[in-house]
Design a protein around this ligand. Sequence first.
Ligand code: F0G
Length: 464
Amino acid sequence: MEHWELRTENCSMARKQNIAQLRCMGCGSIEPTPTADLRCTKCRELLEAVYPTWQKRGSQQPNPVALKNLWHQRRMSLDALDQSGVWRFRELLPILSDIKHAVTLAEGNTPLYKLQQSARQSGVEQLYVKHLGMNPTGSFKDTGMTTVISKARELGVKWVACASTGNTSSSMAAYAARAGLRCLVLVPQDKISVGKLSQTLEYGAVVCQLPTDFDECLKILSEVVQQAPVYLVNSANPYRLEGQKTAAVEMLEQLGWKVPDHVIVPGGNLGNSSAIGKALLELHELGFISTLPKVSIIQAEGSRALVRTMQETKGESLVSVKAETLATAIRIGSPVSWRKAVNVLRSTGGACEYVSEQEIAAAKAQLGAEGIGCEPASAVTLAGLYNLCRQGFVNPSETVVMMLTGHVLKDADYVIRFHSGQLLPGYSEAMKSFCNPPIQADANPKSVIEVLERFTNEPARALA
Ligand code: F0G
């Protein structure tokens, strides 16, 4: 297999065109030729995209008033890039030398819903969810995959690859198929949902199921990319995060650029929280917004590497854990973007919390009962909100946006097991109150009417 050079833009050209340069998180140097696992050649830290002309005030800096108008106008446009909820904001993510390389599935453009029942229950009146599960492949990954696959096409790579708990792989496979690229997936065997595996296969990825966990899959892939010409598109790849920034931009646009007090994000490999934090900090720096929301990150109890990192080392060194949770999307014990996430917590003043399996299941069903389906990893946000309210970190008068990251059908098995009373050995009162098991009725109208009458007199559908 032939190797290509992972050269990014040369410095003077990048400055002239304002194309992204990659800067090391550790030593701060600009890295024109990152390693194949996309780290700094000097200190092996992760890289982040920076834009040379944004650093100095002047005519090349994005103009907030003009751009807010332009982005709004593009919503009327018939151009495929303007119809993408990522490329519509392309001035904030100039990563391509030539925009003709962009590969889009009309990603982004996801709804912001105001909650009512959950608002009453939590006491937070201004409570919203930004539903990123409404993306083309059913998860937020599409907003980052459109940018990284476009960059891969521009770089002229033939193969792209990722390790995944299922959503990244589904998304990568779809975008690679659109771009005409081959793709390799490493997944932990029997630890990803059937729905996600099906999507990944359908879009034509070469799928290797390894008898290990996600963290080990990613470690193995980091070695594979150094030995074979495949381009890593996990969230260690900074071009992914540039696309994922747009969830925050779109959220602000949907709120009429009124900045919420809190944004709550689930935490797994910590790319998404890093991207959302990066967007808000850039928008603040560039004058699009004058205040910053607190970005809080919520993890599942059995996969709380960042929580422990903050508690035990104050964010100085990663505390890895052996990950376990039924929210398989975030079954991650050694998150790659932990340092970026720590920076986001520090610079926005957000909290980092964990929630139990029971709390996740109840929160997910509560959202479902309000007509908002999501996958378990997304529901950690609502479960986390209750904790943050109890602690007084979130005040009932504040505005809160929770990021829902995946579609309810991503893990149908979890949903059925929950409602059939088989998800966990014990059900909390909150879980019981949302349980809605299917009812066995005889195949005649009389039997169905009996069911109807029973439920008319007894509306609650709790487990017996
Ligand atoms: N929510 C969902 C639905 C996810 O699929 C993931 C991550 C996360 C939250 C966490 O986001 O990793 O950026 O902190 N899924 C990855 C995957 C790891 O392979 O699909 P993160």
